[in-house]
Design a protein around this ligand. Structure first.
Ligand code: NAD
Length: 494
């Protein structure tokens, strides 16, 4: 991935953003939030606060009601308005990428700044209204059209790993399909989400006349999540996050599209271009300090090329931890908790998630250059760094006898999430064996994981890959109802 900014421009924008950040942890005042002032319609002020909120609400039910009003307005204004909203989101996301990237970096304190910015700049690769094409049938009994129509209000949950990128990509998909949306962002990225939402709504209202098309809860909580799930206006949930939120959504009773957790393995076989494999694994696995759900998380290398791979991996920038350092880091990253059945299982220390490799190395007692993209250790397949989705630029490398053992262990490490996997190989048998065994939503051959989202590979982008519920990389059609319109014995033109 290329670095897009010079140091001076980053410094200037950092200064601006820091000046604008809230002091002493106090959230910025909502843009305009009045509860009752000027109300004359008997609603107790709800209309007034809704009309001035720019999409950011204290109360989840109020956000859902405002989003429902907006959905009805969008319905009236048609596809032209949807296209305009998509254009607004893409333009503003690109224009504000530096400022918002820095703000999100300051708020979440995870990942790499240049990648935070780049993830916003590439939101323009998310498909919009052009994606929706009706299906038609024509025959002796007339014609039938199947159209992709909106649900209404969509409730959406976003992760702390990519707050504004996921939010912006979701808006494009969801509004292109004719819906409005209410977000319950991760509390750790909620200020960034609210900041972008205010800017989007201000432009949407100015350009289309629609207020609060994109809403969020200002201080999201489990209660606000439950309120959104239970709200009568919300017809569909779009979930992006780990196992707990996916489970909660599936139990909510609302239909949910779940972009759930992953733990993507990589297999390197004897036929691979070893130097390129090493470089690709660092390009994908070190991206934003391994915060991407598709990012390489553990590597299995066939023994006959193992030593060569390790040499190339170090040449590409990875620094090795010895066994003692690995053990020390394991103690920092994982604690062990008894489950109900008496087994102990590792619990991740979130403090190290998305941290720079050099800082993590220090915790291991290893000193490396500040710009080291990744540290690694040679481990067995049961090591917690292999088994757990740890989201750190720390790569466990496992030696395997052959491709068959590599595929078997890769599958175990992926936990049947069916999320993402990578192979470096020029043997179609190895590729096919791994593809069939892991049954993943994204399977990248001979490239970094990010190529699976259209960055260096063919295809389009979304930050929500619906793995658990099977819709795949989300697009506008993911957020539609399919409806059939039939003309009997007529309108066929020959
Ligand atoms: P997280 O699961 O901690 O949080 C995700 C969202 O769910 C947040 O908004 C959080 O507030 C909410 N949440 C968490 N537990 C909840 C519960 N019990 N009830 C209601 N809401 C709850 O995850 P994170 O650290 O923000 O993001 C990383 C995780 O998300 C990883 O597991 C990663 O693989 C996954 N992810 C998946 C995709 C995908 O496209 N499949 C994309 C990005 C991230």
């Amino acid at each position: 991935m290329k670095t897009l900014l010079d140091e001076e421009s980053i410094r200037q924008v950092v200064e601006q953003v820091i000046r604008a950040l809230p002091k002493n942890g106090t959230p910025p005042a909502p843009a305009i939030q009045s509860s009752s002032a000027g109300s004359s319609c008997g609603c107790g002020g709800a209309c007034s606060s809704r009309s001035n909120a720019l999409g950011v609400f204290e109360d989840a039910d109020e956000a859902c009601a405002a989003a429902h009003d907006a959905y009805l307005q969008l319905k009236e204004k048609g596809v032209e308005a949807r296209s305009k909203v998509v254009e607004i989101v893409k333009t503003l996301c690109t224009k504000n990428a530096k400022e918002w990237g820095i703000y999100e970096f300051e708020e979440t304190k995870i990942g790499r700044l240049e990648h935070k910015i780049e993830k916003l700049e590439i939101v323009k690769l998310v498909p919009g209204v052009e994606w929706l094409r009706p299906d038609a049938r024509s025959g002796d009994h007339g014609i039938t059209m199947e159209e992709y129509t909106p649900f209404g209000v969509v409730g959406a949950i976003t992760p702390v790993t990519h707050s504004v990128p996921t939010l912006s990509g979701n808006i494009i998909n969801i509004v292109a399909a004719g819906n409005s949306v209410v977000f319950n962002p991760h509390p750790g990225g909620a200020k960034s989400a609210a900041k972008a939402i205010r800017v989007y709504n201000e432009a949407i209202e100015r350009e289309t006349g629609i207020k609060n098309l994109v809403c969020c809860v200002e201080k999201p909580s489990l209660e606000s999540f439950n309120s959104i799930c239970q709200n009568e206006h919300v017809r569909l949930m779009a979930i992006t996050g780990g196992p707990a939120v996916v489970e909660a959504a599936m139990k909510s009773g609302k239909r949910s599209i779940c972009a759930g957790p992953g733990n993507p393995p990589v297999l390197v076989d004897v036929s691979a271009n070893i130097a390129k494999a090493a470089q690709d694994i660092i390009a994908g696995g070190a991206y934003d300090n391994n915060l991407l759900c598709i990012g390489e998380k553990q590597v299995f290398v066939v023994e006959s090329v193992f030593d060569r791979f390790i040499r190339e991996f170090e040449k590409a920038g990875a620094a090795r931890m010895n066994d003692a350092q690995l053990e020390r880091l394991t103690g920092e990253v994982f604690t062990y908790k008894q489950d109900g059945g008496g087994c102990s299982h590792p619990v991740l220390n979130r403090e190290l998630v998305g941290m720079d490799a050099a800082k993590i190395a220090q915790r291991a007692g290893l000193s490396v250059a500040a710009n080291t993209p990744m540290i690694y250790a040679i481990t067995d397949a049961e090591n917690p760094f292999v088994v757990e989705e740890q989201m750190m630029p720390v790569m466990p490398i496992v030696k395997v006898r052959d491709v068959h053992e590599g595929v078997r262990l890769a599958k175990l490490s992926e936990h049947n999430y069916k999320h993402s996997a990578m192979i470096h190989s020029h043997d179609v048998n190895s590729m096919t064996e791994m593809a069939r065994a892991l049954d993943c939503t994204v399977f990248v051959k001979n490239g970094p994981s990010v190529a699976g989202l259209g960055l260096g590979g063919e295809g389009y982008l979304s930050y929500s890959i619906a793995t658990t519920t099977g819709e795949g990389i989300t697009t506008p059609s993911t957020f539609t109802r399919k409806r059939r319109c039939v003309m009997v014995d007529n309108l066929r033109i020959y």
